[in-house]
Write a protein that binds this ligand. Sequence first.
Ligand code: NAI
Ligand code: MG
Length: 357
Amino acid sequence: KTQRIAVIPGDGIGNEVMPEGLRVVAAAAAKFDLPLSFQRFDWANCDYWQRTGRMMPDDWFAQLQDFDAIYFGAVGWPALVPDHISLWGSLLRFRREFDQYVNLRPVRLMPGVPCPLANKQPGDIDFYVVRENTEGEYSAVGGRMYEGTERETVLQESIFTRKGTDRILKYAFELANSRPRKLLTAATKSNGIAISMPWWDERVAAMAANYPEVSWDKQHIDILCARFVLQPERFDVVVGSNLFGDILSDLGPACAGTIGIAPSANLNPERRFPSLFEPVHGSAPDIYGRNIANPIGMIWSGAMMLDFLGNGNERYTAAHDAILRAIEATIADGPRTPDMGGTADTTAVGTAIAAAL
Ligand code: NAI
Ligand code: MG
């Protein structure tokens, strides 16, 4: 079956890295004979907002819902549109309305990438952060009272449902169970957040009972952050609520080198709706327009997309693995973009990875 991919470059360097992502995904599709089709959408960006007053057309859901995946660059241009409008008007609507409840980020120290942590070798850092992506601390429930007075009070609720919590924990335990080390760490803060987090811990323990081969523990978010920096080799699969997962999923890639190479997936594992694949970084207004953005995060996200679309099909798995090997070879031998100490431009790196493939 042809896999239909919606292509949304978005803002800023999203437009510079997307052509390189497509170049490499297309090269992999040719090599491994993958039936893919692509359709580009020029909305979900801040120029569209300037022209129309909205981030997306009213029928965006109908336009996208039959795609198998969304390949997404980055959104946000704070000089034109406040971030809460641009992100809540596009990316966060995809995540929520397409029920992409798993945010998955591999954290891996690649050979040749300068590691900001002392004495770490490739192989020492190789884990996944699994973030709950639809509920938890990121809710729109709450409000302001007595505004402008001394009594001004602001309330923001967290929402944890059993369904929402159990499904992210199940995904994380399945992932841990599929990996050689079979380790799982759950982020918590049950010593401070005294209602939701003790309950989260109970759900973790209940889910763990279904996975006797997985060794698991729970760690408070504060010490967990410290261990990401001090002992990243301890981790295999780390699962967290929306807020804790958000923090860990930026900290993890930062510990493994430049943000420019970090990929992510927003998954609807049941495939009722399209899943979305995007680099971790944003639109990088500070470097946009010079074609020096690192395209590896976009390209690696493309590899994750093929792996997910294949759903176990060996040609798709092989395409994913081949792209990762091509990325590794290019990181080791160059060309490299300036964020990795090189002088090459975005196009040169994308072209080199496609050629290595
Ligand atoms: P950012 O990720 O765009 O940039 C942070 C720093 O990393 C900048 O110095 C930038 O030059 C550098 N950088 C980022 N990607 C790079 C790459 N591929 N190669 C080389 N260097 C790279 O984060 P920032 O500046 O906080 O946000 C800019 C805009 O992007 C905002 O509107 C923000 O809301 C949005 N954003 C969007 C995201 C998304 O679409 N998923 C994620 C993060 C931010
Ligand atoms: Mg984040």
